[in-house]
Design a protein around this ligand. Structure first.
Ligand code: HEC
Ligand code: HEC
Length: 264
């Protein structure tokens, strides 16, 4: 009988600890993500951006890495997911390359940078439901002047070239638009709503795979308008390419992108 008493007590204790065990709250999970991000940041980023992300200068007073206090989720996601950060050295120009961090480490670093200040959040874009044709119109008005109508990218008359968009995911489009990296302007939610941005992001995906039949019907209006739209864009791209070739300066400054000379 005494034995049974102990067994009952043991079962009660085990049950009680299982039921009343404090569960990790979502806030706790977010804190540990930020803590992981801080650890990665101190290893891979702080040499240029400072331990607290406020930026650092060389002993000569030149900026090693800018302050990230207002980069936000969108800025950090843009730089990390496109592989632009970390730079190998301060003189390197950031360009798209294979990301140095896997998705989990990127998420941690993004959470850490976002925790530093009040920078733009990463927009959540419902591209599946977005309308393609208005997205195309917005793209031509706001983005094509630099990235060209086909998204092939082009040299700018000042600063760095506007890169091609053929590898950009919808999330990267959203991050770039809200961040305004380099010479690209920031388009805040007051200029382009999340819904309009989703349309643009979907259109960029369409430009990546314009021959994908079936996946992206234009407003479900059938083959005739689709054909007309294809003609329209095809001719637009052709004209844009012509004018680009026409205005392109044959002189390239050394060190410009695409100018890499094979060594050895
Ligand atoms: C060798 C130095 C260096 C390292 C290492 C480095 N960065 Fe940078 N970072 C820079 C420089 C320089 C810029 C400005 C680039 C430009 O001209 O657009 C920059 C820009 C950024 C920006 C955009 C800032 C803004 O709002 O304009 C973010 C975000 C960023 N870095 C995050 C990171 C993270 C996260 C890491 C670590 C994984 C990292 N960087 C590692 C030098 C560095
Ligand atoms: C004034 C020229 C300009 C305009 C207008 C512009 N961009 Fe950009 N864009 C740039 C430049 C320059 C970069 C490269 C920034 C850097 O150094 O990281 C860029 C980068 C990007 C990238 C990152 C590409 C990659 O590597 O994956 C995306 C996506 C993008 N832009 C989308 C857009 C969209 C969408 C619009 C319109 C809403 C737009 N841009 C308007 C100049 C421009």
């Amino acid at each position: 009988m005494k034995r049974l008493g102990w067994v009952v007590l043991a079962i009660a204790v085990v049950t009680a600890t299982a039921v009343f065990r404090p569960r990790p709250s979502p806030a706790g999970a977010a804190d540990s993500l930020v803590a992981d991000g801080r650890r990665l940041f101190l290893l891979g980023c702080s040499s240029c951006h400072g331990d607290d992300g406020a930026g650092r200068r060389t002993s000569a007073g030149e900026i090693r890495g800018p302050s990230l206090l207002h980069s936000g989720e969108a800025g950090a996601y843009y730089e990390l997911s496109t592989g632009r950060m970390p730079l190998a050295d301060t003189t390197e120009q950031p360009h798209r390359k294979r990301p140095a961090y896997d998705d989990a480490d990127q998420a941690a670093l993004v959470a850490f940078v976002a925790s530093l200040g009040d920078g733009p959040p990463l927009p959540h874009l419902e591209t599946n439901r977005a309308a393609l044709a208005p997205g195309g119109a917005l793209f031509r008005a706001n983005c094509a002047p630099c990235h060209t109508a086909t998204g092939a990218g082009a040299a700018l008359s000042y600063g760095r070239a506007a890169p091609p968009l053929n590898e950009s995911t919808a999330a990267q489009v959203g991050a770039a638009v809200r961040t305004g990296p380099g010479q690209m302007p920031v388009f805040g939610p007051g200029v382009l709503t999340d819904e309009q941005l989703a349309g643009i992001a979907r259109y960029v995906q369409y430009l990546r795979h314009p021959d994908d039949r079936g996946g992206l019907p234009i407003g479900r209006t059938g083959p005739v308008p689709e054909g007309a739209v294809a003609w329209f864009f095809g001719i637009g791209a052709f004209l844009a390419a012509l004018s680009w070739i026409g205005t392109r300066s044959p002189v390239r400054r050394p060190g410009e992108r695409g100018d890499e000379v094979p060594h050895g």
